[in-house]
Write a protein that binds this ligand. Structure first.
Ligand SMILES: [Zn+2]
Length: 149
């Protein structure tokens, strides 16, 4: 099991603490998001890593493998119990995703909140229509960043 270390998230990809980038396609979701558990994900568009090593959807390596480049994050989400199904609902809307499982809904909610604030959700820089919702089991939890709730 991947170990998650706590740190702040100021930039895409390398610093989100999530796995990826993976193409937002059925095969990739099925292969990588291989548990129905609580977790967090980001969605967005991919920029090539550099002009010297261009990446394109048609010449990329394994369709289920990770792809290089920086994810321009446009959406932050989570699931309290079935991350795979939640990510799959967004297929077709974005190029790629990152994700990580968390041991429970509370940990996933806190991570989602940190990503939401780090990537400018409150300033309208994400497609999220609103602040991350609290876990169903803990409707009175407050956001660890802004205290909402
Ligand atoms: Zn908040």
């Amino acid at each position: 099991m991947h170990t998650v270390t706590a740190h702040t998230n100021r930039a895409p990809a390398e610093t989100t603490g999530l796995r990826g980038n993976f193409r937002l396609e059925r095969i990739s979701v099925d292969v990588h998001v291989n548990h129905r558990e609580a977790g967090v994900f980001t969605l967005g568009s991919l920029a090539p890593p550099s002009p010297a090593r261009p990446w394109s959807p048609t010449t990329g390596p394994d369709p289920a493998g990770s792809v290089p480049g920086e994810l321009s994050i446009k959406y932050v989400g989570r699931s309290d119990h079935d991350l795979r199904s939640e990510i799959a609902e967004h297929i077709g809307r974005y190029d790629a995703f990152q994700f990580e499982f968390y041991p429970n809904d509370v940990a996933a909610f806190e991570k989602e909140c940190r990503l939401y604030h780090s990537f400018g959700g409150p300033d309208g820089k994400l497609d999220n229509p609103s602040h991350p919702p609290r876990p169903e089991r803990f409707p009175r939890m407050s956001c660890p960043v802004c205290g909402a709730g």
